[in-house]
Write a protein that binds this ligand. Structure first.
Ligand SMILES: C=C1C[C@]23C[C@H]1CC[C@H]2[C@@]12CCC[C@@](C)(C(=O)O1)[C@H]2[C@@H]3C(=O)O
Ligand SMILES: O=C(O)CCC(=O)C(=O)O
Ligand SMILES: [Fe+2]
Length: 357
């Protein structure tokens, strides 16, 4: 993604700004951060024998929940948070050495969705896909090793948790191992190629007019997010507006992404969310973006469709969908939606047309 002229390195150094430049001031039209509702996102205890029921209900009604007793060692979360903090507090010149290349996804820079908005977001990000080695070496020519080891450990633990959560979520829909064709030998969902997104939101001189990360849904099956103790994440709930996800020490936020929306034939909707900023506190979040193996075609599970409930989406691979998202952003999901006319034919507008019933 190319940097616009406004994105000079000087402007990326949010930490040194004493007032909000006009290019960072959002108006109502741009999606100005309005005040939130006092509703609460469900908190689910993974050790609860009824967790499956609660997870199903949360996915159906909210598309997001907070998870406690998830089994991720607290030390690992603390260490990740410390590493993220260390990374973003490097001098801007150093961070720019690991800048995302114009045609790449990994590396340091503005939020990948920035190009779709007329104003800049009050945040900086670091995206990791595959090995962090190349970029970490540029940030810390001598000390990259610890960072790389930590990232690998985090990905390993998050993958186990994501897998466990996926089976719980699929289980809540009545889906079992035989219904999914990307299951490995020991019953695990085959290794996806996950992404890690570290987000930093410096304290902001004019938080009421700034946007940390604009409203979006994740393209994933699910996302597992660790936020530090500063609030800022908001999710949209129909009928309630924007609801703040209150930080709970040690809890993780799990949200439904677009691919799970497709897989569940819309039974579990991906949740619209955004991050706002505040005047005094630096905020950090670490998102583990979990998807299926990149070449697997994801389509509504046949167990969830019949004559009355025809498939609402055509099949896509994760990489195809990421491409659509990168090009069309919030129109991506509707672009893979099939139109279902009364005669029972599904018109995909392309060669993927499917006959129903
Ligand atoms: C594997 C992914 C998923 C990406 C793109 C790529 C790497 C970074 C992810 C995010 C992270 C921030 C929000 C989002 C919307 C963005 O702009 O970059 C995400 C996007 C998606 O979920 O579509
Ligand atoms: O910072 C947050 O809480 C949200 C981050 C997010 O939505 C993302 O990285 O996809
Ligand atoms: Fe997100």
């Amino acid at each position: 993604m190319s940097l616009k002229p406004l994105d000079s390195p000087k402007h990326l150094d949010l930490n040194s700004m004493k007032e909000l430049p006009d290019s960072y001031a959002w108006s109502t039209v741009d999606g100005f951060p309005s005040s939130g509702s006092s509703e609460q996102v469900p908190v689910i205890n993974l050790e609860d024998p009824n967790a499956i029921k609660h997870v199903g209900h949360a996915c159906k009604t909210w598309g997001v929940f907070q998870l406690i007793n998830h089994g991720i060692p607290i030390d690992l979360l603390v260490n990740m948070e410390a590493s993220g903090k260390k990374l973003f507090s490097l001098p801007i010149q150093q961070k720019l050495k690991a800048a995302r290349s114009p045609d790449g996804v990994s590396g340091y820079g503005v939020a990948p969705i920035s190009s779709f908005f007329p104003k800049h977001m009050w945040s900086e990000g670091f995206t990791i896909i595959g090995s962090p080695y190349e970029h970490a070496r540029k940030l810390w020519p001598r000390g990259y090793r610890n960072f790389c080891d930590l990232i690998e450990e985090y990905k390993k633990e998050m993958n186990k948790l994501a897998n466990r959560l996926m089976w719980l979520i699929l289980g809540s829909l009545g889906i079992t191992k035989g219904d999914i064709n990307w299951v490995g030998p020991s019953g695990e969902l085959k290794e996806a190629s996950p992404a890690l997104q570290l987000n930093s939101y410096p304290a902001c001189p004019d938080p009421d007019r700034a946007m940390g990360l604009a409203a979006h849904t994740d393209s994933t099956l699910l996302t597992i997010l660790h936020q530090n103790n500063t609030s800022g994440l908001q999710v949209q709930r129909e009928g309630f507006g924007w609801v703040t996800v209150k930080p709970i020490a040690g809890a993780l936020v799990v949200n439904v992404g677009d691919l799970l929306h497709i897989l569940s034939n819309g039974l579990y909707s991906s949740v619209l969310h955004r991050a706002i900023v505040n005047r005094t506190q630096h905020r950090l979040s670490i998102a583990y973006l979990y998807g299926p193996p990149s070449n697997v075609r994801i389509s509504p599970l046949s167990k969830l469709t019949d004559n009355v409930h025809p498939p609402l989406y055509r099949s896509v691979t994760w990489s195809e969908y990421l491409g659509t998202k990168a090009k069309h952003f919030n129109k991506a999901l509707s672009l893979v939606r099939l139109c279902v006319p009364m005669n029972g034919f599904v018109d995909a507008n392309d060669h993927n047309s499917v006959l129903v019933g």
